[in-house]
Each structure stands twice: as C-alpha cells, then as structure tokens.
Design a protein around this ligand. Structure first.
Ligand code: COI
Length: 353
C-alpha cells in the first residue's frame, strides 16, 4: 500500500528545545489509516495534524477498545535520525490488539508509516543530547453505538511529540509506596498489553501515593498481594546480593522493550539476571539485611528511574543511601549512549530512518 502525503500549509512555531517537558507539544503532521470490516486496513496517509470529529456514541469512548505504543526517534551527532528496536513495539501493538479484539496491522507497513511520518516532521526531532521525538501510535474503535461487541471499524493513528530529557537535573532516585490495596492487572486480564484502560486503572493508586508524599507506586500481584510486578508505568528490577532480579512476565506484566534491553545488556556484561517471582517479603528482608543494593524502573519515557526508598505496611527502607546506584547509572549511561548513537550498538538495536 502506498502512503500518501499531504503537507500542512500552516506549519506551527516550534517550542523552545530547553523547555520541552514530556508530551506537551505535537508536530505538524500525523499518520492515519482506517479499517473497515470486509475491506481491511486502507488509505494510509500522512496529513496535517488536526482534531478528529467523533460522534458521541463512538465505541472507544464507552468501552475503551483502544491500544497504544510509545517509542522514540533520536537525532545522532551526524544529524541522522534513528529508532530503537521499533519492530518490538510494532509486534507488541499487534499482541495488545489481539487481546482487545482489534484487527492485526501489517507490521512492515507500520514501520514504513513511522519512518515516513518522522521524515516529514524531521525538523521537529530536537538536537540536544537526551531529547527526542516521542512517537505515539494508537488504535481505536470507531463504530457508532453502545452495544458491547468488537467494533467493525477502527482508526490507526501516529502522532509525534518532541520531548526533553526526562530528568532535566539528571537521574535522581524517587520514593515509592508499595500499594497493597489497588491492583493494576491480573492474570487473564490485559496487564501484558498497552491497553489504554490499564493506565486509567492505575490513576487512583498514583494519586494516593502522591498525596502521601511518594512519586509512584510499586504494584503487587492482584491475587495474593505478595509478589512484586511493576513500578508506576514501568517495569522494575532490583540488584539483590550481586544479582539483578526482575519479576518474570506472567500475563499481568508489560513485556517492556527497555526491560528486555536491560536484561540483554546486563547478560552481555556478564551480570547474572534472574527473571522470577519476587516476594515483597523477600525484598523488604533483603533491604533490612543490606542485600538490596539497587532498585530501578525501566521504560521508554524515562529509560531508567532509580528507586531510593520503599514504604510498605508501616516500614520504610532506604536503598543505596538514596543515591543512584553505580550499576543503575551504568545501565542508564550505556543505553542512552546507544540510543543517541554515541556508543557502539553491538546488538543491532538502532534502526536508521
Ligand atoms: C513508558 O514509556 O515508560 C511509559 O509507559 C509511560 C508512557 C505511558 C508515558
């Protein structure tokens, strides 16, 4: 399928690169493609960025049949543009869509769509180190009606947002509240997908944690509230007695691409990584015995987010003296250097646009 391109005649003023923040500005163009049952996906097009007009009964507004992805385009020092493991995101989008009864996308076409859109808006990819162009592909149900069944029509859209360094003052540890009331996901549910609804579900716990003075929550399993799953909207890993332990994917945890890259990088360095069930009791005990050496979240937006303190049922433990641990810092430095083209990429993760 040929992607048509219609360029804007009224380009926007670009924001100041020093104050981009995260997800506040959007570029001049977007990619749109429609799905109609019997016809499949059709009319792939790059068009000027503009609002959609939606009937109030549009299905996604009522039953959250919507999935999304998050990835970035990076400007390398030679001016060239690159993506990081884009086929992993595209595969995951199709996995999410399968769970939400949304029709599968042609993965090669999606990659071509991302590259085409980023090329059209190439001037929007910021220049400074650790800034990037955040890419947000998403799919939503567009049938009109409030009967509960899969939609027969959809829109697949990609929008772009220039984003700043996630931590303008550098990578700093955060305080985390171990959530023992709310759940994010359960086995058999949608925890392994990037369903929009997963993020709506997480908000109440995040609000609660923030009111109590914490930056985010550590999620436990929904059945027993015994095992660690994720931190905020990120995967989580711990350095425990010299090894790195991260919760095994079991249906309720998002298979993060940063998570996977961190595991591969650590194993390449010869660090032992265990993907297994990790009890909150084991973690708190390790902290008290001085064996919890480092802790960090992994995600596309922040890359690596160190955890300096955990609060769980009346007890507070400090990790790594509330400083970024040396291994955490090394992972952050190496991953970002690969993404921004400043270090060799022995894994073939970087895809030039
Ligand atoms: C990430 O990239 O870490 C996320 O999942 C956050 C995103 C939903 C803004």
């Amino acid at each position: 399928m040929q992607i048509s391109i219609t360029r804007t005649t009224t380009p926007k003023q670009k924001p100041d690169e020093a104050h981009l923040g995260f997800g506040k500005y959007f570029t001049d163009h977007m990619f749109v493609m429609d799905y109609t049952e019997g016809r499949g996906w059709h009319d792939p097009r790059v068009v000027p960025y503009a609002p959609f007009e939606l009937d109030p009964a549009t299905m996604c507004l009522h039953y959250a049949q919507e999935t999304f992805e998050g990835m970035k385009a990076y400007r390398h020092e030679d001016g060239s543009l690159a993506l990081f493991r884009p086929t992993e995101n595209i595969k995951r989008l199709n996995n999410s869509d399968r769970r939400l009864c949304i029709p599968q996308l042609d993965e090669e076409l999606v990659l071509e769509a991302i590259k085409t859109l980023v090329r059209v808006d190439a001037d929007w990819v910021p220049h400074s180190y650790e800034t990037s162009l955040y890419i947000r592909p998403f799919v939503f149900a567009t049938d009109i009606g409030v009967g509960v069944h899969p939609s027969k029509t959809y829109k697949f859209v990609i929008i772009l947002s220039p984003v700043g360094a996630y931590y303008p003052e550098g990578v700093n540890p955060v305080k985390i509240y171990v959530e023992d009331e709310y759940s994010r996901a359960s086995v058999g549910g949608t925890g392994f997908t990037k369903a929009a609804a997963n993020y709506a579900i997480s908000l109440a716990a995040q609000e609660k944690a923030m009111k109590l003075g914490y930056t985010q929550v550590l999620w436990l399993d929904s059945a027993e509230k015994k095992y660690v799953e994720e931190v905020g909207t990120m995967n989580v890993a711990f350095k425990l007695d010299g090894k790195v332990v991260t919760p095994a994917l079991g249906g309720s945890i998002l298979p993060g691409i940063t998570r996977k890259s961190v595991i591969e990088l650590l194993r390449y360095w010869g660090v032992t990584v265990e993907e297994r069930k990790l009890g909150i009791a084991e973690l708190m005990e390790a902290a008290e015995n001085g064996k919890l050496e480092e802790a960090f979240g992994t995600g596309t937006a922040a890359v690596i987010s160190p955890i300096g303190e955990l609060y769980y049922e009346g007890k507070t433990v400090t990790i790594s003296d509330f400083k970024t641990g040396p291994l955490t810092q090394k992972i952050y430095d190496e991953l970002t250097a690969i993404q921004w083209g400043r270090a060799k990429d022995p894994f073939g993760w970087v895809v030039k646009i």
